[in-house]
Design a binder for this molecule. Structure first.
Ligand SMILES: N[C@@H](CCC(=O)N[C@@H](CS)C(=O)NCC(=O)O)C(=O)O
Length: 297
């Protein structure tokens, strides 16, 4: 174990940056830092987000709803750049006093309805459109249990393991060991459950899968924290099977692109205001692959 090098002061003071990737946006106080209204588009649903695992839960669900021909789920996805502090604008704080993406406004009725917390948004949309949430009590409670499992568990993965393994300014043994233990346990929980269930709630693909996949599927696919080898995620065979299955859905493939500002250009759709926005990305892909084949010829 590393030697003790830090003794907390008697009273904590906000006088220095803690270091690490998010140090410049971390603050110990809530509320807006600047005045700015949120943009409002033409569709019933207005989403303010970024394609982090919490953000894509909502874009995947919206794309799944549209794939079911639920046109009332048409949405504008506005980009909130959290590294630039856009979550602290007065307009965003009005929708989400907690200043975190995703946040959503349903403007389909007379008074716009704001909603925040990804789990609450998933549940709101699934109930509103009567889709991707089982109706039968036993299955519904199983679905809710896994949905809330995700909400309670992912902070250990992201804020705990991911932060100390990938983002902290130094590698500290104690937190990495502690959170690795917990994340491995969580992976095993999922793997054992998926040994006997096609999806998180038996045979039905639901908002529980949509909540869990962006975190644990991303870990398995090595898309977050570059930790797949360290955690030996390939050994969780049932989880790998489910990860592939969910990831192969067309709506999932579209959902992960929305509000994405990193990675391959053809996988980025910074804002989504129309279904045809994806067609333009497909054209980008064609241009890219034509470019590639020219290079390799
Ligand atoms: N429990 C929240 C967590 C949301 C969250 O942590 N969002 C992050 C991005 S994944 C964020 O907006 N961070 C900005 C900040 O902390 O200032 C949810 O599921 O909606």
């Amino acid at each position: 174990m590393s030697e003790k090098t830090y003794e907390p002061a008697k009273i904590w003071q906000w006088n220095s940056e803690s270091g690490g990737k998010f140090a410049n946006i971390n603050r110990p106080i809530a509320g807006a830092t600047h005045q700015d209204d949120l943009p409002v588009g033409k569709h019933p649903i207005q989403l303010y987000s970024l394609a982090t695992p919490n953000g894509v839960k909502v874009t995947i669900l919206l794309e799944e709803l549209l794939a079911l021909d639920i046109t009332e789920a048409e949405y504008d996805a506005h980009l909130i750049n959290i590294m630039e502090g856009e979550q602290f604008s007065s307009g965003f704080v009005e929708v989400n006093p907690n200043s975190k993406i995703p946040a959503l406004v349903d403007q389909s009725s007379d008074s716009p309805l704001p909603i925040f917390e990804s789990g609450a948004i998933l549940l709101y949309l699934a109930e509103k459109f009567d889709a991707l949430l089982p109706k039968e009590t036993q299955l519904k409670s199983q679905c809710m249990s896994w949905l809330f499992w995700q909400m309670g568990s992912a902070p250990y993965l992201g804020g705990g393991f991911g932060h100390f393994y990938a983002y902290a300014p130094e590698k500290f043994e104690y937190p990495i060991e502690r959170f690795t233990m917990e994340v491995k346990r969580q992976l095993d929980v999922l793997d054992k459950h998926l040994a006997n269930n096609k999806y998180m709630c038996g045979d039905q693909y639901t908002i529980a899968d949509i909540a869990i996949w962006p975190w644990y599927g991303a870990l398995v696919k090595n898309r977050v924290y570059e930790a797949a080898e360290f955690l030996q995620t390939h050994t969780y065979k049932n989880l790998v099977r489910w990860t592939e299955e969910v990831g192969s859905r067309a709506a999932v493939k579209r959902g992960v692109m929305v509000n994405r500002t990193w990675g391959e250009l053809s996988g980025q759709l910074h804002e989504r205001h129309d279904a045809s926005d994806f067609d333009l990305k497909t054209q980008d892909k064609l241009v890219e692959s034509e470019g590639n084949s020219t290079t390799s010829a």
